[in-house]
Write a protein that binds this ligand. Structure first.
Ligand code: GLN
Length: 246
């Protein structure tokens, strides 16, 4: 069977609210199905990897300071990440990682952190550091082909503009901007979202969408994943959805 190869970038710097847990969840759901899943890490001063060798590249979220620290190094990876994305590598991006794939992130002091410009969106934080989008969030996405509610936690100053294909619509919380209707950004091989949590903990369909994508990459006929027991995860999500949307 195929081995899924994941590159987790800046795990030591961009790991807000347990974002690294998303890697544990992907590994767990692969192991349950007998799929081998290898997660390599990359950080500042690591040897430049062959990004195209990976099925999925993952970047978590972080405070402005951490985003500043990694930005120069991230720009050095630009060509590699773009080639991988164009070659069909899946990009899974949370909050700070999401912002830095756009044109720029402008912090509360008006300083720009240059993004990779892989996508057209850009993010601007309000002048006041007190104005942040903080709290639980529920969205509905159709990335899997049918509507699924996704729960998480957001904490960002940045307001992201210029999104044509959001990851989901906001049912509770803020999303890309304060009180906006849209959350995140997506393409067939991209999920970029403000949802921490870690995001995958209570949202098994999203993990499986990515695993299925990686397993079938380049194949003409899609082989669906074997279902595994999700009762507990879905029950946890149901509790949150009830609490927030009642
Ligand atoms: N520092 C960014 C912001 O405040 C990203 C925060 C995050 O990753 N949670 O918008």
């Amino acid at each position: 069977m195929k081995t899924i190869k994941i590159l987790h970038m800046y795990a030591d710097m961009l790991d807000l609210y347990g974002d690294s847990g998303n890697m544990e969840i992907l590994k767990y759901r692969c192991t349950k199905r007998g799929i081998d899943c290898v997660v390599d890490t990359y950080s500042i001063d690591s040897e430049m990897p062959d990004f195209t060798a990976y099925d999925l590249i993952y970047i978590g979220g972080g405070a402005d300071l951490e985003q500043q620290h990694i930005s120069e190094d991230l720009l050095k990876c630009r060509e590699g990440i773009i080639s991988a994305y164009k070659n069909g590598t899946f990009l899974f991006l949370i909050c700070g990682g999401y912002q830095l794939m756009g044109k720029y992130y402008r912090d509360a002091d008006g300083n720009d952190i240059k993004g990779l410009g892989l996508f057209d969106y850009y993010t601007v934080a309000p002048n006041s550091r007190r104005k942040r989008c903080i709290g639980n969030i529920v969205i509905e996405t159709e990335i899997t082909g049918k509507p699924v509610k996704v729960v998480g936690f957001e904490n960002h100053g940045g307001q992201t503009q210029g999104i044509k294909t959001p990851f989901g619509k906001v049912l509770y919380g803020n999303g890309n901007c304060s009180k906006s209707e849209a959350e995140g950004y997506c393409e067939k091989n991209v999920i970029a979202t403000y949802l921490h949590g870690p995001c995958l903990a209570k949202n098994p369909e999203i993990s499986d969408y990515m695993i299925e994508y990686c397993m079938n990459r380049g194949d003409e006929v899609i082989t669906p994943l074997i279902p595994i027991d999700d009762k507990l995860e879905k029950e946890c999500r149901k509790v949150m959805v009830h609490r927030l949307l009642k």
